[in-house]
Design a protein around this ligand. Structure first.
Ligand code: GDP
Ligand code: MG
Ligand code: ZN
Length: 307
């Protein structure tokens, strides 16, 4: 037995075939960055708890860098696709050309993030192809109070500002359509990742039978969630936001929604709606409001039990 090892905290980098690869927290007596191959305690299965990549856990180390996950600390959040816990920031990458930005998709992702307790940030990419479009897109999110960065291969200043945005120990995920320049950007931010870029690798990575194994990688001083050839995630039906929660997921509405004439105002043109007034006065970007209305229309007949 290996009673000589004290239990320690760590983070799950990935789980494969019943094994969890847990990086011990800094300061662990064996030194930094030790990864333990762990089994989970049998009791988790009975309790229907499954450890996820991103989970902060307590492990009982054993000889040979093996061990057992003995506790899972409370999660900040949990996603189904990809299966991952505790994402801090969702970086939403949207290019101004090829493929062209779609504010509805951006807003679905920002709302999804807010709804799950994840901070959204927007990266407008390929700004070199259409600087004016990039600027106008960025203004929408600046106005909405969402961190926004304009990136192109010709703007090292902004890349530096973005680099400074990432914090130690936090977990970042990148979302956005294929071809928006996510892998290129991640490589420029942290060349040690060496992600594949361009169309071909994307197609291979998306093959029908490839498993999307989710893994946490060291990224600057924090972590990046990635799945090989697929550094993004897609929203699916279970990610829909119920209409009751939708306005709260557009955080810039909060300043006004308390002033609507009717409690429970859906902000869809009702008399005395302060949100609609703020849109008319240019205080809330119209494209954000349009996304809200479109998303409301999508979910208006869906009840919680149907998800
Ligand atoms: N013009 C321009 N092209 C870019 C920029 N960033 C990436 N690209 C190109 O966009 C294509 C897709 O990039 P990639 O990083 O693979 O996109 P991903 O699918 O989002 O990971 C590649 O051909 C890149 O060279 C940029 O800032 N400006
Ligand atoms: Mg990519
Ligand atoms: Zn209202």
């Amino acid at each position: 037995m290996s009673d000589s090892f004290a239990a320690c905290n760590g983070i799950i980098l990935k789980g494969i075939g019943g094994f969890y690869y847990v990086e011990a927290a800094e300061g662990f007596s064996l030194g930094e960055s030790v990864v333990f191959e762990c089994r989970a305690r049998g009791v988790f299965r009975k309790e229907n708890r499954k450890p996820l990549a991103g989970d902060l856990v307590v492990i009982q180390p054993e000889a040979g860098n093996k061990g057992t996950v003995i506790d899972i600390l409370p999660r900040k959040n949990e996603l189904k696709r990809p299966p991952v816990a505790n994402i801090d920031v969702l970086m939403i990458v949207s290019s101004v050309a090829v493929p062209s930005a779609n504010t509805l998709l951006i807003d679905k992702l920002t709302a999804f993030a807010c709804n799950r307790g994840i901070m959204p940030a927007v990266v407008v990419s390929k700004a070199d192809l259409d600087p004016r479009h990039a600027r106008s897109l960025a203004e929408i999110y600046e106005k909405s109070g969402i961190p926004v960065f304009i990136i192109s291969c010709e703007m090292p200043d902004e890349l530096e500002r973005l680099q400074g945005f990432f914090e130690k120990g936090k977990i970042y995920a990148f979302a956005g359509n294929s071809g928006t320049g996510k892998s290129t950007l991640i490589n420029r931010l942290d060349p040690s990742l060496g992600l594949e870029t361009g169309e071909v690798s994307e197609k291979l990575g998306r093959g029908r039978h490839t498993t999307r194994q989710v893994e946490l990688f060291h990224f600057l001083s924090g972590f990046l969630v990635d799945t090989p050839g697929f550094s993004s995630f897609e929203l699916d039906r279970t990610d829909l936001i119920l209409k009751e929660d939708l306005a709260d997921s557009f955080t810039e509405f909060a300043e006004y929604s308390g002033q609507c004439r009717f409690t429970g105002c859906a902000h869809l043109g009702e008399k005395g709606c302060a949100v609609c007034r703020a849109v008319d006065e240019g205080k809330i970007p119209r494209s954000r409001y349009k996304s809200y209305a479109a998303m409301y229309e999508e979910v208006k007949d869906i009840k919680e039990w149907q998800l």
